[in-house]
Write a protein that binds this ligand. Structure first.
Ligand code: PLP
Length: 331
């Protein structure tokens, strides 16, 4: 099976901002775009993107999951990068129309259609290091994907990093390429040195997020995760899982969690940890690595609460359980 995100639908919806307005969306070939080599994005990283999914329902119809939340975050990222404001309803229409065009290509569960709205500055101006791009391009790439994660697999190995940070703290809630570039070197080092799968960035000694997911600790009927602030990405999956956890009667605590508390709790039988994100929903953490020591959670594999929460979320996405919170949107 092809690697996640490497297969694309042949066409994509595209629109440009010039002057004071967005051009009408067009469908164009998805294998190339034309950019000036001096385009703002290529020099000053004026770029943001989103990741959401469309799911095939038992009756064959296609539903998008929480598109409004992703569009809100896309608008927020664009605003915080001083890009032209997106037109939220035009973006929603670009997404729904392109998914509708490729409805027959949406894989059945556990697969889905991964949707990647992308927005970046295209001013051909290399003197704008400290000035925003006034023109921009937006497109919606579609990529059919299979199951990201097999529940038989062991839990992830997570390096707890108290010295580095994923990105500049004032940029954390922007879903921008520069933040991923900034996290890459610590992640590669952690892979080389510790065979870690991911780095849990813990600036100042408190758990924040990994390179591409939010972090949740589950212990004794309680889910603990960092409260929202501007230093990290406000995951749509995080919000959905916390909502489902409340529905199940778990206690949700949004607060700081120190590395010391993490390590102490990880030794207790029944303690679970997981990463939340659109790609995998919830991926179990099996091992924390800290100061050259390893701390295995439970049997190092997926715990029952993680499994139950992921199943509850998948059941809603796949149309197998009631969509109580109106998260599914018609295409
Ligand atoms: C840095 C980062 N944090 C958190 C998330 C989780 O966000 P969401 O649940 O909206 O996919 C992602 C990924 O998608 C991410 O890249």
């Amino acid at each position: 099976m092809a690697a996640f995100g490497t297969v694309f639908m042949p066409q994509m919806a595209i629109s440009r901002f010039e002057g004071s307005q967005w051009s009408p969306a067009e469908m164009v070939a998805s294998d190339s775009i034309t950019l000036h080599p001096g385009a703002h994005v290529l020099h000053y990283s004026s770029t943001c993107f989103e990741g959401l999914k469309a799911f095939k329902q038992p009756n064959g119809s296609i539903k998008l999951f929480r598109m409004d939340k992703n569009i809100e975050r896309f608008a927020q990222s664009s605003r915080l990068l001083s890009l032209p404001a997106i037109d939220k309803s035009a973006t929603a229409k670009m997404i729904t129309d392109s998914v509708a065009q490729y409805a027959s290509e949406v894989p059945a569960p556990p697969g889905s259609m991964y949707i990647r709205p992308t927005h970046f500055g295209i001013d051909p101006a290399i003197g704008k290091a400290a000035a925003p791009s006034l023109t921009s391009m937006q497109y919606i790439l579609l990529s059919p994907v299979g199951e990201y994660f097999s529940s038989d697999a062991g839990g992830l190995r997570l390096l707890l990093d108290e010295t580095g940070m994923r990105c500049a703290p004032h940029n954390g809630m922007i879903k921008s390429g520069g933040n991923y570039a900034s996290a890459l070197r610590p992640i590669m080092d952690a892979r080389d040195k510790y065979q870690a799968d991911q780095v849990l960035f813990c600036p100042g000694g408190f758990a924040q997020e990994t390179g591409a997911a939010n972090f949740l600790l589950i212990d004794d009927g309680e889910i603990i995760t960092k409260a929202l602030d501007e230093s990290f990405l406000h995951g749509v999956t995080r919000d959905s899982i916390l909502t489902l956890a409340r529905d199940m009667g778990l206690t949700v605590s949004e607060r700081e969690i120190s590395v010391a508390e993490l390590l102490e709790r990880s030794a207790k039988p029944g303690c679970e940890a997981a990463l939340s994100g659109t790609a995998a929903v919830l991926a179990p953490v099996g091992t924390f690595i800290h100061n050259d020591k390893e701390y295995v959670l439970g049997n190092g594999k997926e715990g029952p609460v993680t499994r139950k929460l992921r199943q509850a979320m998948n059941d809603i996405q796949w149309g197998l359980a009631e969509d109580k919170h109106n998260w599914l949107v018609d295409v």
